[in-house]
Design a protein around this ligand. Structure first.
Ligand SMILES: NC(=O)c1ccc[n+]([C@@H]2O[C@H](COP(=O)([O-])OP(=O)(O)OC[C@H]3O[C@@H](n4cnc5c(N)ncnc54)[C@H](OP(=O)(O)O)[C@@H]3O)[C@@H](O)[C@H]2O)c1
Length: 280
């Protein structure tokens, strides 16, 4: 099974990426460099994580050539009408191009923001564009107005909530799914789930590795995060086992149909108004 996803514009990106939320400064510089030197070829960040400068330093610290890894970031909703926002992002990351840029949330003037992504894509600043956290009706709205369809949709997804609300729709429209909270944000019930624990024992892997392998076999991209070198390394060591169709069925059976992160009117309002530190 391929370690890559072929996007609808022909570009292939690695399924496995490293997520950087909640980390900044020396910690993320070291972790990004360590991840790139230990099996990851994709780094995921966002304007809103307020760590793009440090992520950029981590990319440099890895000493790897720019074309040997993929960089993904997300345009923050408070910047959806800021003309310079994508150029400013390139400057913060200190790169000439970004491989994937997503709209972070379906709030504010996301139509204008999507057109900004399209323009930057046509100018060669972005190699692929997409969305995150969009419900089906808003993805359809993008498809109705766009000239470049979204290549990726990043969404909460793990065995307890396998992105059912958007999965069939995205598959039909050739939009690759990429999982955030792939480990349920480290949720104890998920990481100690009995079915997953039995599979872990059988395959001589950790529960985390079984979950991450499940994502890749579902065809999802994934961006697990970790602050620990040991975990970062462990999480990249998932491609030497194959879960059988029967084992994938067992995992389908633990679906709780409920996300850990609940979208509410208040959370959407927060996403729409909370500025990044560099905007203040
Ligand atoms: N698009 C969006 O709106 C959105 C929203 C949220 C997140 N994201 C993206 O998704 C990424 C992942 O999210 P996340 O980090 O919050 O959740 P996650 O990847 O599901 O889980 C991270 C948690 O799992 C633990 N963990 C990781 N590897 C482990 C291992 N091998 N053994 C035991 N525990 C392990 C981590 O602890 P340790 O640090 O101790 O390893 C941490 O507590 C983010 O970094 C971000 O890039 C996107």
């Amino acid at each position: 099974m391929s370690k890559n996803i072929k996007l609808n514009n022909g570009i292939e990106i690695p399924k496995l990426g490293f997520g950087t939320i909640g980390q900044d400064g020396e910690q993320i510089i070291d972790n990004v460099a360590f991840a790139l030197q230990n099996g990851y070829k994709l780094i995921d960040t966002a304007n809103r994580y307020d760590n793009e400068v440090a992520v950029g330093k981590g990319l440099k610290k890895s000493s790897l050539r720019r074309d040997s890894y993929f960089l993904e970031t997300k345009l923050g909703p408070t910047l959806y009408e800021t003309e310079s926002a994508i150029d400013d992002t390139l400057k913060r990351l200190d790169v000439d191009y970004i491989d994937v840029m997503l709209l972070h949330h379906p709030v504010n003037n996301y139509i204008n923001a999507y057109k900004m992504l399209e323009q930057a894509y046509n100018q060669g600043k972005l190699r692929a564009i997409g969305i995150s956290n969009f419900p089906v009706e808003k993805i359809q709205e993008i498809l109705d107005i766009c000239s470049i369809p979204p290549a990726i949709m990043q969404v909460e997804c793990h065995p307890y909530y396998p992105a059912e609300m958007v999965k069939a729709y995205c598959e039909e429209h050739k939009i690759a799914l990429q999982s955030w909270f792939p480990l349920g944000h480290g949720n104890n019930d998920l990481l100690n789930d009995q079915v997953l624990t039995e599979l872990a024992n059988k395959h001589k892997k950790s529960v985390v590795q079984i979950i991450l392998r499940w994502h890749t076999q579902m065809g999802f991209g994934l961006v697990p995060g970790s602050k620990s070198f040991e975990h970062i390394k462990e999480n990249s060591n998932i491609f030497d086992i194959e879960l059988s169709a029967q084992e994938m069925e067992l995992i389908a059976g633990i679906n709780k149909h409920t996300p850990f992160y609940h979208v509410t009117a208040e959370s959407l309002q927060r996403m729409a108004t909370t500025k990044c530190s560099f905007e203040k």
